[in-house]
Design a binder for this molecule. Structure first.
Ligand SMILES: Cc1cc2nc3c(=O)[nH]c(=O)nc-3n(C[C@H](O)[C@H](O)[C@H](O)COP(=O)(O)OP(=O)(O)OC[C@H]3O[C@@H](n4cnc5c(N)ncnc54)[C@H](O)[C@@H]3O)c2cc1C
Length: 386
């Protein structure tokens, strides 16, 4: 009997865990190494969009995302005070594509992914510090001095990836120009019906309110900042309340309902897209390869797509280097296109001048539902590689 092929995945985020599932489903022996002591237990929510759901389905991942989260039923764009702008036919697109988009708490998604791995796949509390390619594989080095060998290394170590750093050298992050507050909190409001998502647009500020199921809401707020990259990340609920004075009652109520201890504050960043995701026996995926601003809710979805396509290419093409070249060629146009679209969209959403905001809201209001559907269907469709 031939020995199973061996892979090491560095990073147990959404991308790394999905890669491990996909590779195990394809018969690989996989070890996942995570720097943190546990899978992330805190943190906020996210939307697992229809393309990510389709990608998970394509590998029979059996991850109960819908059960652990809340299918998105309405998706509204609103003025800062709650007045209507337009709605996105996200539920209808999901029905057309055969997969819904789902809001979920991040720790629940991570746990559901990890539960699909064979026992003893995951080692936590071990930080990767680098790798060395050799003709038959790759040696992966860790902070405790240990080295593990494999045929394949998957660098799924996120925005500040050490594997990317070694592969590509310095590729600075690009600030978004805003800071973001995020939280998950028990919350109900008459406006927030089942499966509710609304993005409220103000001048240089936005607020997102999402039903993540189980009586919980995930919300995020953004605020332009002259020097966002250096803005202090001290947490103050009063600072958030001050930023949203005069906004829709449900926005203020959601902030008021949130304990200060549940608040996160961060700088959103991306990087200039690159076309290289691979080096010898090493492949980057997710935020390590193509970090993006959150405007299209696609960062984790693209990490999931990467993971599924990577495993699929490796199954189709026995030669590892050829398979990785195929993976890179298939993935970089789509993922990098979304990085660029997310940055473009972010500029529009964070508009600050009265005219730009008026034009933005007017343009969105007049855009027919059929155009919104057409614009989104491509992003929300997962196309496995042929
Ligand atoms: C505000 C905000 C909202 C977002 N909303 C959405 C959304 O609605 N939908 C969506 O699809 N995406 C969303 N995203 C993007 C999404 O969160 C990321 O794209 C996604 O988490 C990337 O997953 P990943 O597995 O590539 O990286 P990460 O989630 O960053 O995971 C990387 C893992 O690697 C570990 N690690 C790091 N370095 C090392 C090392 N040296 N050795 C070992 N382990 C290491 C880390 O501890 C971490 O567990 C959002 C992002 C932000 C900032």
């Amino acid at each position: 009997m031939t020995e199973p092929r061996k892979a090491i995945v560095v990073g147990a985020g959404i991308g790394g865990l999905t890669a491990a599932i996909a590779l195990q489903r394809a018969g690989w022996q996989v070890k996942v190494f995570e720097a943190a002591q546990t899978l992330r237990t805190g943190g906020t929510g996210l939307s697992v969009m229809a393309n990510a759901m389709a990608a998970l389905h394509s590998i029979d991942a059996h991850v109960p995302v819908e059960q652990a989260g809340q299918v998105i039923r309405q998706f509204f764009f609103k003025k800062h005070n709650g007045g209507p702008i337009t709605s996105m036919p996200i539920h209808e697109i999901g029905e057309q594509l055969g997969h819904p988009s789902v809001n979920i708490q991040r720790p629940l998604l991570l746990r559901a992914l990890a539960q699909q791995l064979t026992p003893d796949t995951l080692t936590t509390g071990l930080r990767c510090v680098g790798y060395a390619n050799h003709p038959d594989g790759v040696a992966v080095h860790f902070e405790d001095g240990s080295t593990h060998e494999a045929e394949l290394l998957v660098g799924a170590d996120g925005l500040n990836s050490v594997i990317r750093q070694q592969m590509l050298g310095e590729t600075p992050t690009r600030p978004s120009g805003y800071i973001a507050w995020l939280a998950v909190t028990p919350f109900s409001h008459p406006v927030m019906t089942e499966g509710y998502v609304a993005h409220y647009w103000g001048r240089g500020k936005r607020f997102g309110l999402c039903d993540v199921g189980d009586g919980q809401a995930y919300w995020w707020g953004t605020c332009n900042h002259e020097n966002a990259a250096d803005a202090a990340l001290n947490i103050s609920k009063q600072e958030v309340l001050d930023a949203y004075v005069g906004w829709a009652p449900e926005v203020i109520a959601a902030i008021e309902a949130t304990p200060e201890s549940a608040l996160l504050k961060m700088h959103a960043r991306d990087r200039q897209p690159v076309e290289q995701f691979c080096d010898g026996h090493v492949a980057l995926l997710g935020d390590a390869a193509h970090p993006m601003l959150p405007s299209l809710g696609q960062g984790a979805a693209q990490a999931i797509e990467d993971a599924v396509v990577l495993a699929e290419r490796l199954a189709q093409t026995p030669d590892l280097r050829t398979a990785l070249a195929d993976y890179q060629a298939h993935r970089h146009p789509r993922a990098n296109g979304i990085v660029n679209s997310a940055r473009f969209m972010s500029g529009i959403e964070q508009a600050e001048s009265t005219f730009a905001c008026w034009f933005r809201d007017w343009y969105m209001r007049l855009t027919p539902q059929s155009s919104l559907r057409k614009k989104n269907i491509d992003i929300l469709s997962f196309k496995p590689s042929a």
